[in-house]
Structures are given as C-alpha cells and as structure tokens.
Design a protein around this ligand. Structure first.
Ligand code: PLP
Length: 396
C-alpha cells in the first residue's frame, strides 16, 4: 500500500515501449513474433562514430563534463544548425541533453506552470502529453485525420489558442504519421502565432534527415518565420539520423534565458549526458553524412513496398508518407470485419496473438482506428509480417 505521488499517477507509461517489451517477452517464450513497433532504426551505429567513442574511453574521457555539453560538441551542434538549417546560435543558446526526450522534458519543466495549456497536434508522439502533464500543465489536442494528411490547419491552430496557451509543439516529419509540413504551411502557422506573443514554440526536428522528398530542403518554422526566434526552441538529436538511440544524445537551440532554465533543471537531475556518447555525437555531426543517405535509401524502398502491400489488404488504407520510419494506416475496416474486435487496441492484441505481428495501436498516439507500423526492420520481416496480416484479413 505504497502511496505514489499524484503527479506520477497522472502519467501513462510509454505505449510504444510497452508493445516492444511485449513482443520481446513473447519471443523469449518461444513465439514467432515480428515486431513492427520499434521506434529506432534497425541499422548499427556507423563505425566511425563507434570508433570515436572507443577512443574517448581509451583516452580516459570518462568524467563529468559541463552540464550543458562539452564545448567541442556544442561547437559541432552550432555548426550543424548553421550548415543544415541556416540558424545561428551562440553557446549560451545551446543545451545538450540525454536524448531528445530530455530536451523536451527540460523545456516543459522550465516553462510550464499549472493552468498552462500546450497545443499538441494529434496524432502526436506519445511522450509530449505526459511530459506536459508531469509539468502540471494541460495538453490541448488539435485533431488532424487522414483526410487532411494528419496535418492541422492554421484555423485549427488559431481556434486552439487561448489566454492560457504557453507552448505550441510542431513535429515535422511527424512520429507517428510520417507527414511533414511544407514551408507555406509553416509560414501560415507563423502568421497566426505572431498574434500571440506570449506563446512559445517547440519545433521537434528529430526526423529532419529521414525524408523522401529531397527536391525541397528541410524547413522548420524558424526558417520561414524568423521573427519567432525570441520564443522558438529547436529540438533535435542524433538518435534517429545516425542510428544512435541507445547513446542518449539530444540537443536544443533557443533563447538564452530558456536554455539557461533548462540547463538548471538538467543540472539538478541528470547533470551532463554521458561523456563518451558526447564524443560519439560530435563525430556523427562532424563526420561524413553518407551513412544517413544509405539508411534513408533503405527506408524509402521499404516505405514504397509497405504502403503498396498494405493498401492491397481489404480493410486497410495507407497514405504514403514524407519521411520517418513509420507508416500510419487506417485499419478501421479490419476492426469492423473481425469478430470481437472493437477498436485498434483489440486489433493490436489479435495481431500479436493470432498473426504474430506486433504493431502499435493508433490510440496510443491519439487516433483510434489507426495503427503505427515501423519500417525499421528488414524487408524480409516486413514482407512476412504483411503476408501474415493479409492472411488474417482474408479469414473474414
Ligand atoms: N521526438 C520525437 C518525435 C521522437 O519520435 C523521439 C523518439 O521516439 C524523440 C523526440 C526522442 O528521441 P530520443 O530521446 O531517443 O533522442
């Protein structure tokens, strides 16, 4: 009968981590389960990045570093922002954290108070709402279905803003939908946000590099609306781009007073991110970027195959995405057709039990009737998994 805090009781555990754990558990018990739940690239971390970390260990670079990251890594981050995003930051405007997740956590803790509202386009990355709730604030979800490519409109944004709104989150390309906002769409958000000077903006660019439409360069809201600079935080990290999820390095660039506050939170929680991982992240940012191209080419190939194959299954409709390693098909038809399956949670359960395929139900991201399928696994696995889903669908 241990009493837990009201704070922790208000928070859900991460649904995506749960499904991955469940698939692992079933596999360990001898079941043949193909996991399509993963939120991480299936590639190994590139060798030159590993080598840098090994060298760091050999050099004895194994002590505390500055809380906000080594000066060398911060220089690499600043150079990256300049080179790839045409954004200028000074060292006091950059904070390196233990993954992109901690960057957002620090931000929420640093700027939110009880009563504050945070506008979160839905479907959303599972962790935004709970980190907002942990900070005592309230998420305001803005719904965008497949009919609008899972993208909210400027009018919807405007309608969601109130006197209590403190933060708006933009995640493009998006986990879980894979959709990216165009420069024009972001500029239209900028027009709305200019009227709300109290509102901060977080642009989560974690999937910046995993995009197919390379005719147009990656853009975030600051690129098209530079006047938002005094109240915009750019969040990014090495996890997805360099297949470095386990290294736990994310970074943020933004207004110095907010970065300073985020750093203070971090100084009283984790202190610096792992010294060795920082050296690895620096090698990732400063080294050859070819490794990204190879991964993205593989994701694109799988994406094309999976979207087509899913659309061939009765009861499933899947939009092609702009990037990320997820697709987000509508599975309502399959839910309706299957006996005793009433929603996407039931469907996920049936798929794992009867078809041996683990997917994440759309409800975990705020949209019932959908599913998130990760393409961060081999083409063989994907082909087989989709054949299994098709077989189950053919029984109805
Ligand atoms: N932002 C988005 C949209 C993500 O999908 C993730 C990971 O799933 C993160 C941030 C955090 O990444 P990490 O903490 O692994 O660096």
């Amino acid at each position: 009968n241990i009493k837990l805090s009201a704070r922790v009781q208000a928070v859900k555990p991460s649904a995506t981590l749960a499904i991955t754990a469940r698939a692992k558990e079933l596999r360990a018990a001898g079941h043949d389960v193909i996991g399509l739940g993963a939120g991480e690239p299936d590639f190994d971390t590139p060798q030159h990045i590993k080598d840098a970390a090994i060298q760091a260990i050999q050099n004895g670079f194994t002590k505390y570093t500055a809380v906000d990251g080594t000066p060398e890594l911060k220089r690499a981050v600043i150079a990256k922002f300049e080179r790839e995003n045409q954004l200028q930051f000074t060292p006091d405007q950059v904070l390196v954290s233990c993954g992109g997740k901690q960057s957002f956590y620090n931000l929420a803790q640093a700027v939110l108070d009880p009563g504050d509202e945070v506008v979160i386009p839905s479907p959303y990355w599972v962790s935004y709402p709970d980190m907002v709730i942990l900070a005592g604030a309230a998420p305001t979800f803005v719904h965008a279905g497949a009919d609008q490519q899972f993208k909210i409109t400027p009018n919807q944004l405007k309608a969601a803003l109130t006197d209590r709104t403190r933060l708006v989150v933009i995640n493009s390309p998006s986990n879980p939908t894979g959709m990216a906002y165009s420069a024009d769409e972001l500029a239209a958000f900028g027009v709305v946000l200019k009227e709300y000077p109290r509102v901060l903006i977080a642009t989560d660019d974690m999937y910046e590099h995993i995009r197919w439409n390379t005719d147009t360069p990656f853009v975030n809201i600051l690129n098209v609306c530079p006047e938002l600079e005094p109240r915009t935080l750019v969040l990014n990290g090495v996890s997805k781009a360099y297949s470095m999820t386990g290294w736990r390095i994310g970074y943020a660039g933004g207004p110095a007073p907010i970065i300073k506050a985020m750093k203070k939170i971090q100084s009283q929680s984790t202190s610096n991110p792992t010294s060795i991982a920082q050296v690895a992240a620096q090698a990732a940012l400063e080294g050859s970027q070819e490794c990204i191209k190879e991964m993205v080419a593989a994701f694109k190939q799988r994406h094309d195959m999976v979207v087509k194959a899913l659309n061939d299954i009765a009861g499933i409709e899947c939009l092609p995405t702009d990037g990320t390693f997820y697709v987000f098909p509508r599975v309502q038809g399959l839910i309706d057709a299957l006996d005793k399956v009433n929603n996407d949670l039931d469907l996920a359960e049936v798929l794992i039990e009867r078809a041996g395929v683990a997917i994440v139900p759309g409800s975990a991201f705020g949209l019932n009737g959908y599913a998130r399928i990760s393409i961060a696994t081999s083409t063989d696995n994907l082909t087989q998994a989709i054949a299994r889903i098709a077989k189950l669908a053919a029984t109805v």
